[in-house]
Each structure stands twice: as structure tokens, then as C-alpha cells.
Design a protein. Structure first.
Length: 303
């Protein structure tokens, strides 16, 4: 009985970190210390994580560009171009999986991915650790586990809420949205919320599932990137979406207006197109409303 009681009591319950208005509390195994967050921030901006000391995590997730990079696809060491657009890191802590194809199950796993990728940081862990261990700021016993854990802890502080929509929907301020944005919210609920879900538990405006929406089809109708396997990619968050152009997994749409027109047209036909994707009949007022609503999702940026 005593051993059983000890086993039960030793189980650590997840802790909750409060989120800003519009976002739920963030559940974590253990609240990171200030020192760990500071270490993660230092690593996030350290170009030594790349093989030629030229780029850092912040090169593709720039705070001044909504923690994205404004490029169609990411650019790695030596100017190597990646295949996909860099998603924002803002509120990534709420993601069930990471990357467009969901191949990473945690922020720690995601942080390790670009380091060894030939098209991104192109660094070998043993060489990276030798480099960092020579710096007293990191110490002679620095490990990859500590590196990815610290970066993930820093990223869990990059929360952005308190948008105009949040103040309207959750803060009781019915003046926070313009009339045209309120109209856009109604249009959004009718035509977009199947994938970009709305609600306290769906605070990122994403179902966190994978869909083929017809992006990345060449002139012959063939998919150029199979993503999850059938041209399916993760539904992205819409928070701060007006700050993170261009759009889609391949960065092919330059503006939110182009995104709206893409969906109005029903995407690009292909054998795996999601049945939810169909042409929409939207008036000019509907389209302007959608744009205004999407712009209202820009939240406060973390300090």
C-alpha cells in the first residue's frame, strides 16, 4: 500500500500558465524558470546554431515580422531555399503538433529539426555542442536536450492575444470591431469556421487537422508537395495573420485578398481536394468584411 501511495503521489500534475485575453491557460509539465527562458531566448537569436554561423531561429521567425520571415519559402545557410513557408511561432505553444506536415509532436522536437536540416541550419549536433561548450555562457556540460528544452521554454512565452476580436468577443467591448468587421465575422462563421474553428478551446482559429485545399498544383494538375501524404497540410492559426504574409504552405499567395479570392474560387482541383473546399458566393461587402475581420485578429505582441 505504501509503495502504491508513493507512486501515485510522485505523479506530477501539469501546471497552467495564464494566457492573454482570448487564449486559454497554457498547460505545461512544469513552469519554466526565468533563467531557462532567458537561455532559450539567447539560443533563439544565436547564429552559431547554424553550420556557417549565418542564421539563427530568428532569421526565419523574426519578431519584427510576426515571428515569421516575410519570404515565400525559408532561406537557410548559403542561401539555400527551403520548400515551405515559415509559419509564425506566436502561440505555437498551443499546437498539438508542429510543422506544416505535423511531423514534430512537441516544441522541443521542432526546435531540433532545423538544426540538422541541410536546407536550413545544416549543423551536426556534435559540432554544434563543441562550439557552444567553448562559450562560458553555455558551459562545458551543455547538451542538446538542454538546448531544445530552453528554446521550447522561450517559445512558450511567445503568446499573443488581446486582439480587437478578443476585446469584442471576450472582453465585452462591442465597440472593438467595426461594423464591416462584425459583418465579416458572420461571413467567417458561415464559410470558414469548419476548419478555422472559433471558441475558447479553439483559440487559434484552427481545427489543428490536415486538409488538401488545392494549393501547390502545377499546370498539369499534379501536386508539387504531398505534405501529409495526399497534399494535406495543417490548418494554420489565423491569429496575427495580417502580419505574416505571404500565405499557404508554399507562400504562393501574397496577400489576404488573394487568399480570400482563392477560397471564393474553390481552390485548385486535384484528386485529393478536401470536400469542404467548394466555390463560395460572396459579395464585395462579404469580402471586405472578411478582410476586416482577419485584420482584427492581430493581437498584442510579447515583449
Amino acid at each position: 500500500m505504501g509503495l502504491l501511495l508513493l507512486a501515485v503521489c510522485s505523479c506530477q500534475k501539469p501546471e497552467e500558465m495564464p494566457g492573454p485575453l482570448g487564449l486559454p491557460a497554457l498547460r505545461v509539465k512544469a513552469r519554466p524558470s526565468g533563467e531557462e527562458v532567458a537561455l532559450g531566448k539567447k539560443l533563439f537569436f544565436d547564429t552559431r546554431l547554424s553550420g556557417d554561423n549565418s542564421i539563427s531561429c530568428a532569421s526565419c521567425h523574426n519578431p519584427e515580422q510576426g515571428f515569421a520571415d516575410g519570404r515565400r519559402v525559408s532561406v537557410g545557410v548559403g542561401g539555400m531555399r527551403g520548400r515551405r513557408n515559415s509559419p509564425t511561432v506566436l502561440n505555437a505553444a498551443y499546437g498539438r503538433v508542429q510543422f506544416w506536415d505535423g511531423r514534430a509532436g512537441s516544441l522541443e522536437e521542432q526546435a531540433a529539426g532545423p538544426i540538422g536540416n541541410d536546407l536550413e541550419m545544416n549543423h551536426k549536433p556534435e559540432l554544434l555542442l563543441a562550439k557552444l561548450r567553448a562559450d562560458p555562457a553555455y558551459g562545458a556540460d551543455f547538451t542538446m536536450k538542454k538546448l531544445v528544452g530552453a528554446i521550447a521554454s522561450y517559445e512558450r512565452t511567445l503568446l499573443s492575444g488581446n486582439s480587437a476580436f478578443d476585446r469584442y468577443q471576450y472582453g465585452g467591448d462591442k465597440t472593438a470591431l467595426t461594423d464591416i468587421a462584425v459583418h465579416g465575422l458572420a461571413v467567417f462563421k458561415t464559410h470558414c469556421a469548419s476548419c478555422h474553428t472559433i471558441g475558447p478551446r479553439d483559440a487559434l482559429f484552427t481545427d489543428q487537422k490536415f486538409h488538401n485545399v488545392g494549393v501547390g498544383v502545377d499546370s498539369s494538375g499534379e501536386l508539387t508537395d504531398m505534405g501529409r501524404g495526399r497534399g494535406e497540410f495543417k490548418t494554420p492559426t489565423l491569429r496575427n495573420v495580417a502580419r505574416t504574409a505571404p500565405y499557404m504552405h508554399n507562400g504562393s499567395l501574397k496577400s489576404l485578398r488573394q487568399v480570400i479570392e482563392f477560397y471564393v474560387g474553390g481552390g485548385n482541383s486535384n484528386p485529393y481536394l478536401d470536400p469542404l473546399i467548394k466555390p463560395l458566393e460572396l459579395t464585395n461587402q462579404d469580402r471586405e468584411g472578411l478582410l476586416a475581420f482577419l485584420e482584427s485578429l492581430n493581437g498584442d505582441l510579447p515583449q
